[in-house]
Unconditional design. Structure first.
Length: 475
């Protein structure tokens, strides 16, 4: 039986953004909740976004000479304790296997929360000489971090990610790699996710456990909160010393290597949803959208309509467009709403009158703009339109973020700034007490430091500032 009205209701995006988010991710079938609390099932529509993210990022890593490998899920507990800061940072979230094969294990095994330790242990075996360097590897894997409060994509006990791990002969080369990967993430966020980000160094408090320096990219979500969307770490010789990653240098002496690691995760899917979504649901950037175009036949019982739609589908598919033809029994209006909620960037309507004129109607998901176009040049038109949607989505998100970065000269101004869904730029002296005070007073954290030669004063204590910091409430 045909459905004439669209039944799915989603919460109001302006008044109840958290509900809107969970409604959208579940009702568009991106994700479902797993039987174990805090776990998620990524359904085909969500996984297809991840596959597109993987494809794009993987090509970028390979262009930098990075090779993929795979390391074991289980890590001996003793490895975790070798780097003091690392174990302290991850201990509260680590899941541990104590029994297997019906017996208690001699040594408990961690389920990887990240792989610096196990990869470091292998690198120490593989690296002997400066000729073995640099080592540039990446793995696509799942990791587990036991979380108390969870939300699909944003924070779950198990998630998917990539983690790059490199070893270099010099500090300069390793720092350069760290920043290069940050730049790769930023370019990828812009051109694939249509997502503007702020990049910069993290404070000591916010850095990765065991790193010398962590660099992050932060994106502004619809509610003005920040989402850490990717990080790149310069690890110095911390892990090299803990895992004995040494090489015989050209001068005949043994030296420790310099390592880096960098990662993005399925969190990016949450970031896409919360950067671009609107009252009607998802708006997916064309580059990573599982379905880029949906064709909806109008008056499909009329002769020739379905055939013409199928032909159009073939034409677009051949041109490399990811396209779906909705031949279901539902009414066109129902189909419009459903595919809008699912965030498909472009809809094509094709009915008897269009066919007679040799035309089709295109509708953009992001602006709802309708246009008529020649069927004979459908592939060119659609590809150009998808490119325009992609750029416009970025430009809109960028303009929005830029307009919502404000300056503050006092804690009260900072509080007002974040209360009004802004990122707030302010001077900071560099001490932990002042950073904690901002958190306590405004529930905001230092997201990135973006200027190390500032003439400002600390927003908390009034002393000369070391950095300008972007503060925000964060996911
Ligand atoms: Zn201070």
């Amino acid at each position: 039986m045909a459905k004439d009205t669209f039944v799915e209701q989603i919460a109001d995006i302006e008044t109840d953004f958290p509900r809107w988010y969970t409604d959208v991710v579940v009702k568009t079938k991106l994700v479902d909740y797993g039987p174990v609390k805090g776990t998620m099932v990524i359904r085909p529509y969500g996984y297809a976004i991840w596959e597109n993210i993987q494809k794009e990022l993987d090509a970028r890593f390979k262009a930098h000479g990075i090779e993929n490998a795979y390391f074991p899920l289980l890590i001996p507990m003793s490895f975790m304790t070798k780097e003091a800061e690392h174990v302290e940072g991850f201990a509260p979230e680590v899941a541990v296997v104590t029994h297997a094969g019906g017996e208690k294990l001699a040594e408990p095994l961690c389920i990887r929360p990240t792989s610096e330790t196990i990869i470091g242990s292998m690198y120490s075996k593989w690296i002997q000489s400066y000729r073995d360097l640099p080592v540039l590897m990446n793995q696509w894997a799942n990791v587990m971090r036991w979380e108390k409060t969870t939300r699909p994509f944003l924070r779950t006990s198990e998630f998917l990610w990539q983690e790059g791990h490199t070893v270099h002969a010099s500090e300069a080369e390793a720092v350069d790699m760290t920043l290069k990967m940050l730049a790769v993430y930023e370019e990828f966020a812009k051109n694939c996710l249509a997502m503007p980000v702020l990049t910069g160094r993290k404070t000591e408090k916010e850095k990765f456990a065991g790193a010398v320096a962590t660099y992050g990219m932060e994106a502004m979500m619809h509610d003005g909160k920040s989402l850490q969307a990717g990080t790149s770490h310069y690890l110095g010789q911390n892990f090299a010393k803990a895992f004995d990653i040494k090489f015989l240098d050209k001068d005949g002496t043994q030296k420790y290597g310099y390592t880096t690691s960098f990662g993005v995760s399925t969190r990016l899917i949450g970031a896409i949803i919360m950067t671009h979504g609107d009252a009607r649901g998802l708006i997916l950037p064309p580059v990573v959208a599982p379905v880029q175009v949906v064709i909806v036949p109008i008056a499909s019982k009329k002769p020739g309509v379905v055939e013409a739609c199928r032909e159009l589908k073939n034409t677009l598919t051949k041109a490399g467009v990811r396209v779906v033809l909705d031949e279901s029994e539902n009414s066109p209006g129902w189909k419009f709403n459903e595919w809008e909620m699912k965030g498909v960037p472009v809809r094509i309507e094709l009915g008897p009158r269009d066919l007679e004129a040799g035309k089709m109607v295109t509708v953009r998901r992001d602006t709802h703009e309708k246009a008529e176009a020649e069927l004979s040049s459908a592939a060119e038109t659609v590809k150009a339109l998808l490119a325009t949607v992609q750029t416009d989505m970025y430009d809109r998100a960028k303009a929005r973020m830029d307009s919502r970065i404000v300056r503050a000269n006092s804690l009260d101004e900072l509080l007002a700034g974040v209360d009004n869904a802004n990122f707030v730029r302010a001077g900071w002296c560099g001490c932990r007490e002042c950073e904690d005070k901002v958190k306590e007073f405004a529930q905001a954290t230092a997201r990135v430091m973006d200027d190390e030669n500032t003439s400002e004063t600390c927003i908390v204590c009034g002393k000369k500032a070391d950095h300008t910091v972007v503060f925000a409430r964060a996911y």
